[in-house]
Design a protein around this ligand. Structure first.
Ligand code: MBD
Ligand code: FE
Length: 324
């Protein structure tokens, strides 16, 4: 087929009309962005001779994604979350906010309001007996190496089956989710369990898209962090446990070399006794360096719909999350 109509005045005028260019109301930036988006899609339909069957199957897939609030899950799979990080890295480099621990994506499975503790928290409820004990510790410092006392270290991760509390209703409330405030030496310590990797639900709309691309939906075992302290830039990051088959094959593209951390297996009886455990455990040390900033906006996480983030706005809470 050789039909090409995109460049005709009729189509070009139609795009302006559809984008509200002849209307006085609405939002100017929204109009500009919609015009570009629609133009790119109209052109794609023309260039690839997209058939009505293909178009309507795409509409159906989008409806399925929305119905299961999975745009927040497909988004990292299509690299948007990592792309936003790459842009933020470039913005930080230009502003010379450098030398800190690298950021990496938040993901769709954060839940606001986890219990807070000073210095130490136990994160697991003791019910996941398949999960080996994890001793997770580190120091928060500034770029000159000074410890930051009173920093807020928020940690969340999956259980031994790769499931996250709240999204997995079989887990107890806030299981594997805590905020730990660093002690006088800037240290935080958590007792938890070693997480497993996460896999996109089999047969879900997100899985269907990935399969079309010949890709998998697996993430390596990882642990999410938000770290903040007055006078410093808020950091969203994760560590990936070394040695997982997906450490360097993450469907969400969150792996960064500096964030791959080995878990040390400790079998020494004295060490086990010192931590009041009854068997071998894994220890992970993750120190965090925050860059300085006076800009109050940069000291907090950016706005995004998050589960339980804003009790006033329940309807949109889950918009950035995923039913999994
Ligand atoms: C996760 O646990 C996650 O961190 C991301 C980015 C996507 C899906 C599940
Ligand atoms: Fe995750």
């Amino acid at each position: 087929m050789t039909v090409k109509i995109f460049d005709t005045p009729e189509v070009q005028d139609f795009l302006k009309t559809v984008s509200g260019f002849d209307q006085s109301g609405g939002d100017e930036r929204a109009k500009q962005i919609m015009h570009r988006l629609l133009s790119d899609l109209y052109k794609l339909i023309d260039d690839f001779d997209v058939t009505p069957e293909e178009y309507w199957s795409a509409v159906s897939l989008l409806n399925a994604l929305g119905g299961q609030t999975q745009f927040g899950l497909l988004s990292p799979g299509l690299g948007f979350d990592h792309y936003l990080d790459m842009r933020q890295d470039a913005i930080d480099a230009e502003a010379r906010r450098v030398g800190g621990t690298p950021r990496t994506i938040e993901g769709p499975l954060y839940v606001a309001g986890a219990p807070e503790a000073e210095g130490f928290a136990r994160m697991d409820d003791g019910r996941d007996t398949d999960g080996e004990t994890l001793w997770l510790t580190g120091q928060v410092r500034d770029v000159d190496g000074n410890p930051i006392a009173g920093a807020r270290v928020e940690i969340w991760h999956a259980d031994s089956k790769g499931g996250y509390s709240f999204f997995d209703p079989t887990q107890s409330e806030y299981n594997l989710r805590r905020t730990i405030v660093t002690d006088a030496e800037g240290r935080y310590t958590a007792r938890s369990i070693v997480p497993s990797g996460y896999g996109v639900p089999e047969g879900s709309p997100t899985d269907q898209v990935l399969k079309l691309l010949g890709r998998h939906g697996e993430r390596p075992a990882h642990i999410h962090y938000f770290i903040s302290a007055p006078g410093h830039q808020h950091l969203t990051t994760q560590i990936n446990l070394a040695g997982d088959p997906y450490t360097f094959d993450d469907f969400a593209y969150a792996t960064r070399e500096e964030l791959v951390i080995p878990a040390n297996r400790i079998e020494d009886a004295d060490e086990i006794a010192r931590r009041e455990l009854d068997g071998p455990f894994s220890e992970v040390t993750f120190d965090i360096v925050l860059t300085a900033t006076d800009d109050p906006e940069l000291q907090h996480r950016h706005a995004r719909p998050r589960a339980k983030e804003d009790e006033q706005d329940k309807a949109s809470q889950l918009a950035g999350t995923a039913k999994v």
